[in-house]
Design a protein around this ligand. Structure first.
Ligand SMILES: [Zn+2]
Length: 323
């Protein structure tokens, strides 16, 4: 299984404890006769979250194009493969929704159902993505959110306080994003540069983004405001995220910029040190013939042929709003 970010569980425990305490305080204050919007919000949180997730899911069910062997078959197959690779008992539903130029994807759930949503702009050019590996990475990232439990109702209820904890809450969300990136990398390592390039420069110019050059800047850009932008962000800033995808020897940085020290695990004696996409290919895990025991659909088997908490209850690809 892809690595879970080392800070994810410790931060999750702290956030859940704070959320539980806030629930208890809200009930106590309500019992004592004190009523305001925050107390009501907390007391009604289980119902509001359940309602929000139900509306989100139904919106995809009635408006989205459901991926299937006959509709967006490349994406459908990527979802099946990612779920199998991560050992999931069943693959989540997957929908394509109108992107209108926006680049995004998210994962969520309702009841026992889990689903991913991919904006249509990631599927351009006659049904096949411009960068199929990037799409596979993105789908691996989203399915990874589900495999890691990020789309669980109980987990999101335990994280209900996140929007009110700007630094602590966002740190937990960033740790989750690094975990999901690890899943995307496990699913399609060679798709990471183009996926990050797409987030940086869009679907038409992703291939001109210098992955190494941009990742290098993670160590070069420094100062208080750089720190603050990352600390307040729900997703790791892009340069740090690229750095983490390039340096697979350690977890992505949550609070302090990466330092240019060499990777902890260097190349074997006699082997050259690889960087960027070359290193990614060299560490690409070999897919199993039948990963996880999940039966893969027949059909085209050539993959190249083709915010986060609270009421929103989605775990997204990027910090850009879904609209
Ligand atoms: Zn994500």
């Amino acid at each position: 299984m892809p690595a879970r970010h080392s800070w994810e569980i410790p931060l999750l425990v702290v956030v859940i404890l704070l959320t539980v305490v806030s629930y208890l305080v809200a009930f106590l204050l309500l019992f004592l006769g004190l009523v305001n919007q925050y107390i009501l919000l907390l007391v009604a949180a289980p119902l509001l979250l359940w309602f929000g997730r139900g509306v989100n899911f139904s919106s995809q069910r009635v408006n989205g194009v459901k991926m299937s062997p006959s509709q967006f078959p490349e994406g459908y197959r990527m979802v099946q493969e990612a779920a199998a690779r991560f050992g999931m008992a069943s693959a989540p539903d997957a929908y394509v929704v109108l992107g209108n130029g926006r680049i995004n994807a998210f994962a969520s759930g309702h009841g026992f159902r889990r689903y991913v949503v991919v904006y249509s702009d990631l599927f351009e050019i006659s049904g096949a993505a411009r960068e199929p590996d990037a799409l596979a990475f993105i789908i691996g990232h989203e399915v990874g959110h589900i495999a890691a439990g990020h789309a669980s109702y109980w987990r999101q209820l335990g994280m209900f306080l996140v929007p009110f904890l700007p630094v602590l809450g966002n740190s937990l969300i960033r740790a989750q994003e690094y975990t999901a990136d690890n899943h995307g990398y496990c699913h399609r390592p060679q798709g990471a540069p183009a996926a990050m390039g797409t987030l940086a420069a869009g679907k038409y110019l992703n291939s001109v983004v210098g992955f190494d050059e941009m990742a290098d800047r993670a160590a070069q850009e420094r100062g208080f405001f750089v720190w603050m932008v990352n600390a307040m962000s729900s997703h790791p800033v892009l340069t740090w995220r690229m750095w983490a995808l390039r340096d697979r020897s350690r977890h992505g940085k949550l609070f302090w910029r990466p330092d240019p020290a060499p990777p902890r695990f260097g190349p074997l004696p006699g082997q050259p040190r690889l960087r960027g996409t070359a290193a990614m290919r060299s560490r690409c895990p070999k897919p199993r013939a039948d990963p996880g025991g999940l039966r893969l659909p027949s059909g085209n088997r050539n993959p190249a042929a083709q915010s986060n908490s609270g009421l929103s209850s989605r775990v997204r690809l990027s910090s850009k709003k879904c609209g």
